[in-house]
Structures are given as structure tokens and as C-alpha cells.
Design a protein around this ligand. Structure first.
Ligand SMILES: C[S@@+](CC[C@H](N)C(=O)[O-])C[C@H]1O[C@@H](n2cnc3c(N)ncnc32)[C@H](O)[C@@H]1O
Ligand code: SF4
Length: 466
């Protein structure tokens, strides 16, 4: 157990995260205490391990964040070496590192940002370079984006089965009337959004869940509403499970202007797919991919997960090689994160291989095959405190992914569990709002949700008029 005593909630959160990352052993095993005591002229911090303790005094600083960072640097450099896990991220803990770097690049020279990352945040040199390069690339790719506009996310929470690593609130797709009822509600919410927005969405993403796992006539109800809006913009539908990617489904997506789909192998090792409850084989993925390729206007992204139970580095390299043979337009590499609510978490099942460098090695291979990193995000409880990285062949970077990750625009979420983020131009703030995460509340309290949506759209519209 790791316990922080005496610090305010912001400091406590930051210190806890760092101790958890650098000393993960203590989270579930022995005790580790940090005591933060404010004295008249300085702050005293004591960290007690079971067999040794470390104490340091820190003078107050004008900016309390600087004091927090000073303590953080001490925590990661000056404590016990025993049971310590190295980490390339230094004291940076946020989930949006590229946004962080982009904001600094607005005010500082590149060199200065580089030094800040290395000297102040103690980020590894190679990673600091990468962050700056990715931030610059994103800046270029999104420079013409209308920051006063919005993008649309539509959630279809149904899936053919539950994958063992998944913690999303998903529902089995075996009850047609339940799906129809859900789509009835979703269509109402969607129409309110489209009717009340002054602008048309800059990009559309239908995700889940597995949107292509619902009956075609239900998906068509949504696609037909979106058709005029989806023209000339990035229009993605997640089609994660290969058994849902039939010729007629592809005809439907193509007819309504969908130009990007996600076909998600997760791994190209059959045994792992069985162990994960994915209910499909590697061959199914290859066949589904061939079917999609008959539609040249539809680009394909493939999601992979590194660090899956039962897999070692070699397995992951084999997966990558098989993906290169298919040659989709983009690849997203997630590191396994053990999430509460997933079967793997319940069984505490994870790979014991050292996978800390897997993402770095994958990056080298990807770059050699023409897949360049263009967005990145971090998650809590991700293996090796690593990160998720999106790669794309040049010209196939997803604008929606960059908008979401770097909060470049308002996003409006429609459907159960979806989140909306609205730029309040007047207040200069981002307002967040999430729809209910269970079907019953979403359907029964739809009127409330719709009223909230109207309020948020007004905020977007106000921003547009300024
Ligand atoms: C929101 S999920 C939905 C995608 C789609 N339903 C599918 O499974 O094909 C998006 C991606 O997140 C990744 N993902 C989900 N749970 C994960 C976990 N526990 N650890 C790492 N990646 C995860 C998977 O690669 C998945 O394709
Ligand atoms: S990973 Fe995708 S397909 Fe699997 S249960 Fe989660 S949302 Fe559904």
C-alpha cells in the first residue's frame, strides 16, 4: 500500500502516481508512506520504506507547482534503489504528452522545450525528441482545422462477445429488439445535435463496441441521417471484429460515404485470440481485410495490443510482420492495460515478459515500413508505464484521433456512455459531460440528455459566432 499523508489533493495525487510508477511493488505488497509536513520556512518530506527512510527539506517557492516538481524530482532520483523500476517519462504523468509539448512550443523555442523536458521533467532524451517531433507534425496536420467547429462521436455499445481484456460497458448483440430500441433513442439524440449545431461536424466517428455487429437496417438508420454531413470529411466506423465485415456490410458503409474503418486483429496469434475470447482466427482477419480492399475509398486502421498474456516479444514481432504484409493505411499499437471490469484483471493475468522496450522496437520497425507515429496517449495501469501510439502512412493520419487526444476542437458524443467536450469560448474553458453508462438510464432519461445537449450546442454556437 502506498499512502500519502499531509499533502493537498493535487500534490498527493501527483506523488502517489510517481511512487506507484517507480515502486509498483508497494501498491499490493508492503507499505510505503510519504509524509508531507509544512514548517514555517520549508516543507519536510519523509518517505518510509519498510527497512529505510529518506527525508528532505524543500524551501517554499512562489509557484506551488514548482515546489511539487522539485519534490517529484527528488522522489524519482534520490530514494531507495531497491524494487525501483526505471521509467523514461521522468516526472511527467499526464495522459496527453503531445498536447503538453504543443502548448509549450506555442511560447518557447524548440531547444528550450527540449531542455525543459530533459532537465525539469527528467524525460529521457530520445523520448523528448520524439515528443517534439510528433508535436510539430501534429501542428502541421491540424493547422487548417476549424477550432470553433466540432466533431461527432456516436457510440454503439454492442459486441458479438466480450474480449477478456476489455473493460468498456458493452452489451452482447444477441437481442434484436433491444438494439432497435437503443437505436430509436440514439436517432432522437443525434437529430437534436445535427439540428441545433450551427456548423456541420469536421469529422465523424462511429465507435463502440462493434457498430458493425448490429443488424444492417439499424446501422443504416444512423448512416442515412449522417450521409449529407459525412461528405468530404473523415468518416470512420469501427468494424473491429472480422466476422461483422461482410460484403453487404461493406456495401452499406461505402454507399453512405464511410471512408475509414477499423479492422482490429489485436494479435495475429491464433492461440491468444482463443484465450482472449475474440471468437475469430487470424485467417478471418486476412479474409475480412481482402474484402475491404475491394473498396478502394475505404482506408483501414488496425488496432493491436502488445503485452497480451501468453505472448512474448517475438510473438508481437510476428504480429507486426503479418500486418505489414496486409499493409493497411494505419496501425494503432496499444500496450495492455489491466483494467478493473475486465476478465484479465479479475484473474490478474498478464505477461511476465519484460516488455518495457516493446513499443520502442515496434516504432523502429513501423518507421522502416512507412508507418510514422502521429498521435500518442498514456493510460493508467498500462504495462511498463508505456504509451499507446497511432501510426499512419503519410497522408492517412486520422484527424479525429488527433482532435480527441489533443482536445483541438469540441467533440459531441451521442449514445450511451459517450462523452462530450465543449470549448466554452467565452469562459476559455473545456466543459465535459458524459451520457449515462447503462442502457436503462440512457433510454429512460433521454429527455434530460437532450436538454443538456441543447445547452452544450448553444455554447459551441456562441464560440462559432465570435
Ligand atoms: C474502444 S476499443 C474498441 C474496438 C473494437 N470494439 C474492437 O475490439 O475491435 C479500441 C481499442 O482499444 C484497445 N484496447 C481495449 N482494451 C484494452 C486494454 N485493456 N489494454 C490495451 N488496449 C486495449 C484495443 O486495441 C481496441 O481495439
Ligand atoms: S474489445 Fe472491442 S469487441 Fe471486444 S468487447 Fe471490447 S469493445 Fe467489444
Amino acid at each position: 500500500m502506498i499512502k500519502i499523508i499531509g499533502a493537498n489533493s493535487g500534490d498527493a495525487h501527483s506523488f502517489f502516481e510517481l511512487l506507484r510508477i517507480y515502486y509498483p511493488y508497494y501498491e499490493d505488497n508492503e507499505e510505503l508512506f510519504l509524509t508531507y509536513s509544512k514548517k514555517e520556512e520549508f516543507v519536510e518530506v519523509e518517505v518510509q520504506f519498510p527497512k529505510e527512510s529518506f527525508t528532505e527539506k524543500f524551501p517554499y517557492e512562489e509557484n506551488p507547482i514548482h515546489l511539487r516538481h522539485r519534490v517529484a524530482r527528488w522522489l524519482i532520483t534520490s530514494l531507495s534503489k531497491e524494487k525501483k523500476v526505471p521509467n523514461k517519462w521522468g516526472i511527467l504523468t499526464g495522459i496527453r504528452p503531445i498536447k503538453f509539448v504543443r502548448n509549450h512550443l506555442l511560447e518557447k523555442e524548440e531547444d528550450e522545450v527540449y531542455r525543459l523536458l530533459i532537465n525539469h521533467y527528467l524525460v529521457e532524451e530520445k523520448l523528448s525528441h520524439l515528443l517534439i517531433e510528433m508535436a510539430k507534425k501534429e501542428e502541421k496536420l491540424t493547422k487548417d482545422l476549424d477550432s470553433a467547429g466540432y466533431s461527432l462521436y456516436i457510440n454503439i455499445p454492442f459486441c458479438p462477445s466480450r474480449c477478456h481484456y476489455c473493460s468498456y460497458p458493452t452489451i452482447l448483440n444477441n437481442d434484436k429488439s433491444r438494439i432497435k430500441k437503443y437505436i430509436n433513442s440514439l436517432v432522437k439524440e443525434l437529430q437534436v445535435v445535427l439540428e441545433n449545431g450551427k456548423k456541420w461536424p469536421s469529422s465523424i466517428y462511429i465507435g463502440g463496441g462493434t457498430p458493425t455487429s448490429i443488424p444492417e437496417e439499424q446501422l443504416e438508420r444512423i448512416l442515412s441521417i449522417l450521409k449529407p454531413y459525412g461528405k468530404d470529411i473523415e468518416f470512420t466506423v469501427e468494424a473491429g471484429r472480422p466476422e461483422t465485415i461482410t460484403d453487404s456490410m461493406l456495401n452499406l458503409l461505402s454507399k453512405y460515404g464511410v471512408n475509414r474503418i477499423s479492422v482490429n486483429p489485436q494479435t495475429m496469434k491464433d492461440q491468444t485470440l482463443v484465450d482472449l475470447g475474440r471468437n475469430h482466427t487470424v485467417e478471418d482477419i486476412v479474409e475480412a481485410y481482402k474484402r475491404v480492399k475491394k473498396f478502394p475509398k475505404i482506408h483501414v486502421n488496425m488496432d493491436l495490443i502488445a503485452g497480451l498474456p501468453g505472448e512474448n516479444e517475438k510473438d508481437f514481432e510476428d504480429t507486426l510482420e503479418k500486418i505489414y504484409e496486409l499493409s493497411p493505411e494505419s496501425i494503432t499499437i496499444h500496450m495492455l492495460s489491466l483494467k478493473n471490469g475486465s476478465k484479465l484483471y479479475e484473474k490478474n493475468q498478464f505477461s511476465f515478459e519484460d516488455i518495457s522496450s516493446i513499443q520502442d522496437k515496434a516504432m523502429e520497425r513501423n518507421i522502416n515500413h512507412g508507418f510514422l507515429p502521429y498521435y500518442m496517449y498514456r493510460q493508467k495501469r498500462i504495462l511498463g508505464n508505456s504509451e499507446n501510439i497511432g501510426y499512419a502512412k503519410e497522408g492517412y493520419e486520422s484527424i479525429y484521433n488527433m482532435i480527441m487526444m489533443e482536445e483541438l476542437q469540441s467533440t459531441i458524443g451521442v449514445g450511451m456512455g459517450s462523452t462530450s467536450k465543449i470549448f466554452d469560448g467565452k469562459e476559455g474553458k473545456i466543459l465535459k459531460n458524459s451520457n449515462f453508462r447503462n442502457l436503462r438510464d440512457y433510454e429512460e432519461r433521454l429527455d434530460e440528455i437532450i436538454e443538456e445537449k441543447k445547452f452544450f450546442l448553444e455554447k459551441v454556437n456562441e464560440y462559432v459566432m465570435e
